[in-house]
Design a binder for this molecule. Structure first.
Ligand SMILES: Cc1ncc(C[n+]2csc(CCOP(=O)(O)OP(=O)(O)O)c2C)c(N)n1
Ligand code: SF4
Length: 284
C-alpha cells in the first residue's frame, strides 16, 4: 500500500507554490499508510480556510464544516461511528479563533480525535490578517500599527485542560510530523498537533528561515509526563522553539465512559421506528 495509489489525489490544488500545507498533506498521507488505514476507515474534517482544503486533496471521507466548526462535526461523526478514525485538519484562525470555544471543550471531553492545526500565524485565505497566534507587533493590512493583542498559546491551553497528547511540529519536517500524527492517532483521546506552517504569500515574518533557525527537536532527556515542565516548555518561543511531544497525560476518553462499553457504533444499532414515532408524537 502506498500513498500514491491509495490516498493521493492527483487533481488541481489551489494552494500557492511553496505553501507549508503541501508538506502537512504529505505527512497525513504517510501516517495513514503507516497506520495501515484504508480510505473508507478514515474521516478528515475541517472548517474554512486554506488549511481546511486538505480534505479535498486526499482520498478519504471528508467533511467541511462552517468556519470554526470542524470539531463539533468531527465529534458527532465519532459518536455515531466510533470505529472511524477521525482527523481534524484546519488553520489556527479556524481552530483557535472562530472555533476557540470548541477547542476548549473538545479537550475537556477528551474525544478520540487527532487535531492537526496548520499554524501559519495569519488568516491565509482572506489574505493575511492577524490570527490568534500572530506575534505582538506584526504589521498586516488590517493591523497597520502592529498586533496589540497577546498571542494565544494553544499548547499551554491544552496542557492546562489536561489534554492527553500535546505536540508541536514544523511542516518542513515531514517525517517528524508523520511520526507525531501516528502517535497522536494511537493515543486514545483528544490529541493536538500544532504544526508551524509557513504562509509564503502573506506571512513574510514567520518564514521557512525564521522557523528553521529556531526549532529544535526534544530529545529523550525530556519527560513529557511532567506537567509543570511541559507547561514551561510550551511557553518557549522566540529564539528557540521546541518541537516534539510536549505533554502526555493518559486518561479515559469520552466514549470510554459513554458508548464504548456497549461497543456497537450508533450507526449499526437498530432503530425502533415505533418508539421514535411515539417520541415525536409526544413532542407535538
Ligand atoms: C463565520 C465566518 N467568519 C469569517 C469568515 C471569513 N474567513 C474565511 S477563512 C478565514 C480565515 C482562515 O484562517 P485560518 O483558519 O488561519 O486558515 P488559513 O487560511 O490561514 O489556512 C476567515 C476569517 C468566514 N468564512 N466565516
Ligand atoms: S495564502 Fe498562504 S496559507 Fe494560503 S495557500 Fe498561499 S501560502 Fe498557503
Amino acid at each position: 500500500m502506498t500513498k500514491e495509489n491509495y490516498f493521493h489525489y492527483s487533481g488541481e490544488q489551489a494552494w500557492c507554490p511553496g505553501c507549508g500545507d503541501y508538506s502537512i498533506l504529505s505527512s497525513v498521507e504517510s501516517a495513514l499508510v503507516n497506520l495501515k488505514k484504508k480510505p473508507h476507515e478514515v474521516l478528515i474534517v475541517s472548517g474554512i480556510g486554506q488549511a481546511a482544503k486538505l480534505p479535498h486533496y486526499i482520498n478519504t471521507n471528508g467533511f467541511d464544516g462552517l468556519h470554526g466548526r470542524a470539531l463539533p462535526a468531527a465529534f458527532g461523526a465519532k459518536v455515531a461511528n466510533h470505529k472511524l478514525m477521525v482527523l481534524v485538519t484546519s488553520g489556527d484562525g479556524d481552530i483557535y479563533g472562530e472555533g476557540g470555544n470548541h477547542f476548549i471543550h473538545a479537550i475537556r471531553r477528551n474525544i478520540d480525535i487527532t487535531l492537526i492545526v496548520h499554524n501559519n500565524q495569519v488568516y491565509g485565505l482572506t489574505k493575511g490578517q492577524a490570527s490568534p497566534t500572530s506575534d505582538l507587533g506584526m504589521v498586516t493590512k488590517t493591523q497597520p500599527d502592529g498586533v496589540i493583542t497577546t498571542p494565544f498559546n494553544p499548547l499551554t491551553m491544552a496542557i492546562t485542560l489536561d489534554a492527553v497528547f500535546v505536540a508541536r511540529s514544523f511542516s518542513k519536517e515531514v517525517e517528524f510530523t508523520t511520526k507525531l500524527i501516528e502517535e497522536g492517532v494511537k493515543t486514545p483521546g483528544f490529541s493536538l498537533i500544532d504544526v508551524l506552517q509557513p504562509c509564503v504569500s502573506f506571512n513574510h515574518i514567520n518564514t521557512y528561515k525564521w522557523y528553521s533557525d529556531k526549532v529544535y527537536k526534544l530529545d529523550n532527556s525530556y519527560n513529557p509526563t511532567d506537567k509543570l515542565k511541559a507547561y514551561k516548555k510550551s511557553t518557549e518561543w522566540g529564539n528557540k522553539i521546541p518541537i516534539g511531544v510536549i505533554y502526555k497525560n493518559p486518561r479515559k476518553t469520552y466514549l470510554d465512559n459513554f458508548i464504548k462499553p456497549r461497543d456497537i457504533p450508533l450507526i449499526k444499532r437498530k432503530t425502533n421506528i415505533k418508539r421514535v414515532e411515539s417520541l415525536i408524537n409526544d413532542l407535538y
